[in-house]
Each structure stands twice: as C-alpha cells, then as structure tokens.
Design a protein around this ligand. Structure first.
Ligand code: COA
Length: 165
C-alpha cells in the first residue's frame, strides 16, 4: 500500500499502483470524453509513477492525474529542446468536486515531473471547460496558444503551460 503524499480533509492523495488502474479507467470513462486503451494507462504508470497520483476516500478512488515526460520545443521560448511534463489526463468524480482535490492532484503531479527535472509542464484543455481552465490558472498555468479542432468533435483546445525553472 502506498503511503499518503498529503491529505485533503479525509481524502488521501497517494501514488497509483498497478492494482488501482481499473478504478482509474472507470473514472476516466465517467468524467471525460477522451478515453485510452488499458495498455496506455499501464505504460504511463510504468514510465512516470511519480506523477501518476490518486485521490482516495475510505478506500474508494475518486480522482487521478497522469502525466508523461516529453522532449521538444519550449512553450516559453527557451532555446533548444527542453524537457516537458505533459498532463495527459486529470479528473475527479463529480460528487467529489469543489473540495480542492483537483488542485492537490495537480500539485503532486507537478512535483512528480519536477522530480524528473522537467523545465516546464503543459496540457491541453477544451476551450469550454471553464472550471478546469480556472483551476490551471489558479496554479499559474498560462494560455499559450489555441489549437484549432484539437478534439475529435471539432472543439478547439487551449494549450496551457507553467514554467518550472
Ligand atoms: C477539473 C476538475 C479536475 C477540477 O477538480 P476539483 O476537485 O473540482 O477542483 P478543485 O476543487 O481543486 O478546484 C480548484 C480550482 O478550480 C476552479 N474551479 C473548480 N471547479 C470550478 C467550477 N465549477 N467553477 C469555477 N471554478 C472552478 C477554482 O478556481 C478552484 O479554486 P478555489 O477552490 O480556490 O476557488 C474537475 O472539475 C473534473 O474532474 N472535471 C471533469 C474532467 C476534466 O474536465 N478534466 C480536465 C481535462 S483538461
């Protein structure tokens, strides 16, 4: 059993383990239109366990964040290739929202990518997803660009990024 990274009220924030993945997949199905294969979740956990974080209440998983590390052009005009954390997915079950769980997951996900010495972290978010955009702005992410028709249904995304250096 993983030890708590922090507590938010009665919620425990901790790292994900392989045995938790089905619960994560179920939350992803319930909370987001973007879904992935089981293999994708497994490979993300294998590659970056430090930034695959869960929120749990009374042994029930109610939220998660999973991230990747990538190399590429900076979102902050830094020269050359940089190491970037990428928030692949973050979600909290609807009945547990508004209790600072999302923010705590984000902070621990950011800590996880900082552990790998990432220079910056970025994510994509639907332009209509006001609550998520507000959460990212509260964490000092900035909107860097608008990605036209990024989602399968044609909606645009904002690319938002936070400088970690
Ligand atoms: C986005 C999401 C993860 C936020 O989780 P949460 O636990 O409700 O968020 P928190 O309680 O930690 O709120 C963090 C901040 O986000 C903002 N926020 C959250 N919900 C909000 C809402 N309904 N309206 C306005 N702002 C909101 C607030 O600024 C809040 O800070 P504050 O509490 O200091 O005011 C959650 O709404 C969710 O799972 N949504 C569906 C999945 C999703 O859209 N994921 C993001 C994909 S890019």
């Amino acid at each position: 059993m993983q030890t708590a990274l922090r507590k938010v009220g009665d919620y425990v924030i901790r790292r994900c383990e392989a045995s938790d993945l089905q619960a994560v997949i179920d939350i992803n199905m319930a909370a987001l239109p973007e879904h992935y294969s089981d293999y994708f979740f497994e490979s993300i956990l294998r590659e970056l366990p430090e930034a695959f974080i869960l929120a749990e209440l009374n042994d029930k998983i109610v939220g998660y964040i999973m991230c990747k590390i990538e190399f590429g052009f900076s979102n902050f005009r830094k020269l050359g290739f940089v190491k970037k954390g990428h928030v692949v997915s973050v979600a909290v079950l609807e009945e547990h929202r508004g209790k600072s769980i999302g923010k705590a997951l984000m902070v621990e996900g950011i800590n996880g990518v900082m552990h790998r010495k990432a220079d910056e972290i970025y994510l994509e978010v639907r332009v209509s997803n006001t609550s998520a955009i507000k959460m990212y702005q509260k964490l000092l992410f900035e909107i860097k660009s608008r990605l036209r028709s990024y989602y399968r249904d044609g909606e645009d995304a904002y690319l938002m990024a936070l400088d970690l250096s």
